[in-house]
Design a protein around this ligand. Structure first.
Ligand SMILES: CSC[C@H]1O[C@H](OP(=O)(O)O)[C@H](O)[C@@H]1O
Ligand code: HPA
Length: 254
């Protein structure tokens, strides 16, 4: 099964009587709602991480429940959508970027399933190379094929000094939700990649006040492009049981 995690502005992917809706109970609490349906004869589980009414702000999302729930219902590969601010002039609002690395500046989130045993997961290739390859070569929608995602705790936007620092560290885009999702998926041996939708220039790169209206407007304008790349990728994506994401615990446990 393929899991799609929707972010800001993407709360549903399919409606109707052929869609089964549920939340899943996990040892970490209840997951965000999940819709299960078929596309191109493949089983899809769609989960809006903030829930359908955007009830959960980024620092309050139950990331462990969400990822555990997807694993529990049989998801093996996850395509996540993350809305981001750009820290580079040449990465423009409206563009899509497929990140290849991240920097974690979150402060207050559980970032592991392994509190009671010692597990050190490899993060040399944090985003699944197989899913990334299909996203990049989807055959229809142009994307920027790499970039470093900086994750902040939020929910506030960043200060100019923070953006200057993130840029110096090599950051391309900034968001508030990519971590710990990407880590937790790897810990449960699921393939995970992200489509970043650039919704704005980050604070101080843009000279005007940052508003969520601007973010939602770009998302609304780019939604069809986003849905197209998701569908194209679902159609082309194959499941490889030998992908190294599926064997992440090998050599990771003490
Ligand atoms: C509404 S702007 C800030 C909000 O948007 C991003 O969410 P997501 O990655 O789920 O699309 C960002 O991380 C913040 O949560
Ligand atoms: O500029 C931003 N900063 C952090 N998160 C975001 N999500 C969309 N835009 C931004």
């Amino acid at each position: 099964m393929i899991g799609i995690i929707g972010g800001t502005g993407l709360y549903t992917l399919a409606k109707g009587e052929n869609v089964e809706k549920k939340t899943v109970e996990t040892p970490y609490g209840i997951s965000s709602p999940i819709s299960i349906f078929k596309l191109y004869d493949k089983k899809i589980a769609f989960m809006p991480r903030h829930a359908e009414d955007h009830n959960y702000p980024p620092h309050k999302i139950n990331y462990r429940a969400n990822i555990y729930a997807l694993k529990k219902i049989g998801v093996k590969q996850i395509i996540a959508v993350n809305t981001v601010g750009s820290m580079q002039e040449n990465v423009k609002p409206g563009e899509l970027l497929i990140p290849n690395d991240f920097i974690d500046f979150t402060k207050n989130r559980p970032t592991t399933f392994y509190d009671d045993k010692t597990v050190h997961i490899d993060m040399t290739d944090p985003y699944c190379p197989n899913i990334r390859e299909v996203l990049i070569n989807n055959g229809e929608v142009d994307v920027i094929d790499k970039g470093i995602y900086v994750c902040t705790e939020g929910p506030r936007f960043e200060t100019p000094a923070e953006i200057r620092m993130f840029k110096k560290l090599g950051g391309t885009v900034v968001g508030m939700t990519g971590v710990p999702e990407v880590i937790l998926a790897r810990e449960l041996e699921m393939c995970y990649a992200s489509i970043c939708v650039v919704s704005n220039y980050a604070a101080s790169i843009s000279k005007k006040k940052l508003t969520i209206d601007e973010v939602f407007e770009v998302l609304e304008n780019k939604k069809q492009k986003l849905i197209k790349i998701i569908k194209k990728t679902i159609k082309k994506l194959k499941y490889d049981p030998n992908c190294k994401c599926q064997k992440a615990l090998e050599g990771a446990k003490i």
